[in-house]
Design a protein around this ligand. Structure first.
Ligand code: URA
Length: 194
């Protein structure tokens, strides 16, 4: 499905009714996204967990709290200058990885969302988002913090905050990646730090 000439509010209200895959049967809420619709920097995670499903907002659990701290460290804020979304907008049962067909169905929403936001930078949080958005064979341990460019959009993958919580020795690399992000923002964005 291609959503042309649709505004953000209509896209969201269509998405909240989505029944394109079986995840709709087990969800509490569709987790459309949060943040500034005019943000130059967009973060994309994997899919909602339990807290996100209950509250209808991405990254509100423990991993989300860590993400907020990392954002804060480089003057970013979900309520101000970034937009945060996920590859799939409904929670996979028991937080399993989203199936390929679920990812494919859900990408129409993310594509339309991205087209409207028109970010200059996309940060993929974790392996699943990196493989879907940047390249199929992305190796997160080797290629986190590395910039790729497609259609004028700068993209990089970072460790998923839930992975950092499980494996705290990734924190040093995660902080470095956020510094790399801040440098790129200064280079290519005009309004993020206004
Ligand atoms: N993990 C994700 O990938 N996305 C969320 O929204 C929450 C946890």
């Amino acid at each position: 499905m291609i959503f042309l000439n649709i505004n953000f509010e209509s896209l969201k209200s269509e998405c909240l009714k989505c029944e394109k895959c079986d995840l709709c049967k087990t969800r509490t809420n569709v987790v459309f996204g949060v943040g500034n619709e005019k943000a130059e920097v967009m973060f994309i995670g994997e899919g909602p967990g339990e807290n996100e499903d209950l509250q209808g907002e991405p990254f509100v659990g423990r991993a989300g709290k860590l993400l907020d701290k990392l954002l804060y460290a480089v003057d970013l804020d979900r309520n101000k200058n970034v937009y945060i979304a996920n590859i799939v907008k409904c929670r996979p049962p028991k937080n399993r990885d989203p199936f390929q067909d679920e990812q494919i169905e859900c990408m129409d929403w993310l594509r339309a969302q991205t087209r409207l936001i028109r970010p200059k930078i996309i940060v993929c949080l974790g392996r699943i988002a990196g493989m879907k958005i940047i390249k199929e064979d992305l190796k997160i341990t080797k290629e986190h913090g590395v910039w790729f460019e497609r259609n004028g959009i700068h993209m990089m993958a970072m460790f998923h905050p839930a992975a950092i919580l499980r494996n705290p020795n990734q924190m040093e690399d995660a902080l470095k990646d956020f510094i790399i992000l801040r440098e790129k923002i200064k280079e290519v964005c005009e309004r993020t730090y206004d």
